[in-house]
Design a binder for this molecule. Structure first.
Ligand SMILES: O=CC(=O)O
Length: 339
């Protein structure tokens, strides 16, 4: 970021008035703004239009800038819909500060000739660490036994129930993208058998591929969900998948809450129809089904799987790099749609 700053300061035209600069719309403050908003060279190159700071109602604000907004910077908090894009005919780029793109109407972007970039691979290591961490936590009851010690139950009630071994487990990975591949590598090192489901079989990989997620579940001791949320994957992990996974099965979800039929998952956990869950994502965040709070075989985290301070800084660099690439007509760094 610092090097970029020096470089860009030399090339930026100090005499530009803000209204002459390319306009980048922000509908809600994406977390990266706290870092990139501090970069003086950026405000000399782009005019960041922060919708939430305007006294105008949103529609009026957008209409006022409709012809000049060329890019949108977003995160999951504010959807980029076809209706929004319809209002903004000059938009040619959507940069999302997230790996997931389920808040963006990709089909509309494609149709309208708008490029889209996401977090690329900056989250792969941390997402994979968190997924495997959640799996180990559920199997070995780490968080639950921590509670047991803190509550003084070791003294009063004696030894804690045994956990289950990771080595030798058959782990089905749902979504073998950047994060899924890193999860597979880690699980191999732990002595697990990796299986997977994804849109297509990966020719270069020898892990057993299951085109049907129920079949994958039936052959797995644990499922790790790390695919994208799309119309095809919404509620893909349903009653049948849970019943195929079975009473001893564990589910870990670091993808998106809505990939799982959450009501059904809660029911299965409450009735002991699956053995446990490690969950970083939920259907209606930040609301988490209260029933889960009572369950010792469930580990919860607040949608933080992919974020460390390191991955966050890498994300900020990538967001800026994509803006810079787009406006200097060089290849985008992490394109999802490249027009
Ligand atoms: O969940 C996090 C992301 O999509 O970046």
């Amino acid at each position: 970021m610092e090097n970029q700053e020096e470089q860009q300061d030399n090339t930026s035209d100090q005499n530009h008035k803000p209204q002459d600069l390319p306009q980048v719309l922000l509908l809600k403050p994406p977390p990266v703004l706290s870092v990139i908003g501090e970069q003086p060279f950026l405000s000399k190159k782009y005019q960041f239009l922060k919708a939430w700071e305007s006294p105008l109602p949103l529609l009026q604000f957008l209409t006022a800038h409709a012809d000049s907004i060329q890019a949108i910077l977003c995160s999951g908090a504010a959807p980029v819909t076809d209706d929004l894009l319809q209002l903004l005919p000059s938009v040619r780029l959507v940069v999302t500060a997230s790996a997931g793109t389920n808040h963006i109407d990709l089909e509309a972007c494609h149709r309208r000739g708008i490029s889209v970039t996401n977090a690329g691979n900056v989250f792969s290591d941390d997402g994979a660490d968190a997924a495997v961490g959640l799996l180990i936590d559920v199997l070995r009851k780490i968080t639950a036994s921590d509670r047991y010690v803190r509550q003084g139950l070791w003294v009063n009630k004696g030894d804690y129930p045994l956990g289950s071994k990771l080595r030798g487990k058959r782990v089905g990975i749902v979504g073998l993208g950047g994060i899924g591949l890193e999860i597979a590598k880690r699980l191999e090192a732990f002595g697990c058998n990796v299986l997977y489901n994804s849109r297509k079989k990966k020719a270069h990989l020898s892990y057993p591929f299951y085109s049907d997620v129920r079949q994958l579940a039936a052959n797995s001791d644990a499922l790790i969900i790390c695919c994208a949320l799309t119309n095809q994957t919404r509620h893909m992990i349903d009653k049948d998948v849970f019943s195929a996974l079975g009473k001893e099965g564990v589910i870990v979800n670091i993808g998106r809450g809505a990939i799982v039929d959450e009501k059904e998952m809660v029911r299965c956990l409450v009735h002991g129809e699956i053995a446990g869950a490690g969950l970083d994502v939920f259907e209606n965040e930040p609301d988490v089904p209260k029933e889960l709070f009572e369950l010792d075989n469930v580990v919860l985290s607040p949608h933080r799987a992919v974020f460390t301070s390191e991955s966050f800084m890498a994300l900020c660099e990538l967001v800026v790099g994509n803006l810079e690439a787009f406006f200097s007509n060089t290849p985008l760094l992490s394109p999802v749609i490249d027009v």
